[in-house]
Design a protein. Structure first.
Length: 361
């Protein structure tokens, strides 16, 4: 009896260890899923597919230095090339709607309010920027990329509080270099999109370009049909001929899946070595931090799986005779119960009836 008590207590210890490993694995898996869901800006293609699901889409991001001279002329050329490529590949929208979308942005700074001269960071945007980037709003709404109505801006809560001491300021004006701009909304301070410790505003790119003649497009993003793997990426890449040190192209779609996360885990050291002069915007830096977190979480999950297999193997080796005896005893009991069950009796009766009918016929 003492031996059995000791034996059962050891098995209980193994079961507890295995349970802890399983629970730990599920916690890490849940954490991985949670941080991926927070990267709203990386899933523009998936959201756009709801509008036209005839084929897959991919989101592509391009980052530039000022040396590339990437401008709106390049964007017009890209737009024409996309249309030509889609036509040549016989790719069309099911209802004649938009087949692709894009956005671009630049970074800069302005001085707000002549009386206080508040130094304010600027993200100058155009195209479908706010479709791709979920800039959280406290009040108001996003402005449209409209050259005829381009005096609307978004300001963050830091700037709103410094200027007005309130967030209920939609429709009021602020002055940038003595020119009024109407506030269409107040954004929540969000470190995933910008540095939320500083005053910040969003305005249309063509408006900011007038204020700063040194402004340049530092980020271009597109959501394109991707009927086969890397089709969209190859389309964009084939249209660029800049110095490789001055730009970088990334496919956002599927960057957080298991295969890419495993590749990142293998190449963690190489990923820390920068080979170009590109300065990433805050949202791309956050996406790269997420990639690193996922890689380390995957490493922890692999370790847990290894420990689980080792623990289970040791338990089976130590108690293999007891385990096999347990299954033999229980399987024989199960078979005996099955034979003596009411269901088994009914099956036997039916077979007997069929046999009697065949004999009579």
């Amino acid at each position: 009896m003492k031996f059995k008590a000791k034996l059962s207590s050891k098995i209980v210890v193994f079961i507890i260890i295995l349970s802890v490993l399983i629970v730990s694995f599920m916690i890490l898996l849940n954490q991985s899923n949670k941080i991926v869901k927070n990267r709203f800006d990386q899933f523009g293609a998936e959201r756009w597919m709801n509008n036209d699901s005839l084929f897959n889409y991919a989101q592509i991001s391009c980052f530039f230095t000022s040396e590339t001279g990437f401008s709106e002329n390049n964007i017009y050329s890209l737009s024409r090339s996309y249309d030509e490529k889609m036509m040549s590949e016989s790719i069309s929208s099911s209802e004649g709607g938009r087949l692709w979308l894009h956005a671009y942005s630049a970074k800069g700074s302005v001085s707000v309010d002549a009386s206080s001269n508040i130094a304010t960071d600027v993200t100058a945007v155009a195209g479908d920027f706010f479709f791709i980037h979920n800039v959280p709003l406290i009040t108001g709404s996003y402005f449209k990329d409209d050259p005829l109505n381009n005096d609307h801006i978004l300001i963050n809560e830091t700037l709103a509080w410094q200027l007005f001491g309130s967030f209920d300021i939609v429709g009021r004006d602020i002055y940038i270099y003595d020119k009024p701009y109407s506030i269409s909304g107040v954004t929540k301070n969000d470190g995933d999109v910008i540095d939320d410790s500083l005053p910040h505003l969003y305005m249309q790119y063509d408006v900011y370009k007038v204020l700063d003649n040194l402004a340049y497009i530092s980020c271009y993003e597109a959501i394109l049909p991707n009927p086969i793997s890397d089709f969209a990426l190859n389309v964009v890449t084939s249209l660029f001929s800049f110095n490789e040190l001055e730009y970088e192209i990334i496919q956002n779609t599927s960057r957080f899946n298991l295969i890419n996360t495993f590749k990142n885990l293998i190449n963690l050291t190489e990923r820390n070595i920068k080979t170009n002069r590109v300065i990433y915007p805050q949202w791309e830096n956050q996406a790269r931090i997420t990639e690193h977190k996922l890689a380390y979480l995957l490493l922890a999950q692999i370790i847990l799986i290894f420990l689980f297999i080792c623990t289970l193997t040791i338990m089976i080796i130590i108690y293999r005779s007891k385990i096999s005896l347990f299954f033999e005893n229980n399987s024989s009991k199960i078979v005996t119960k099955a034979k003596n069950s009411k269901l088994a009796d009914k099956i036997r009766n039916k077979r007997r009836e069929r046999y009697e009918k065949k004999k009579l016929s």
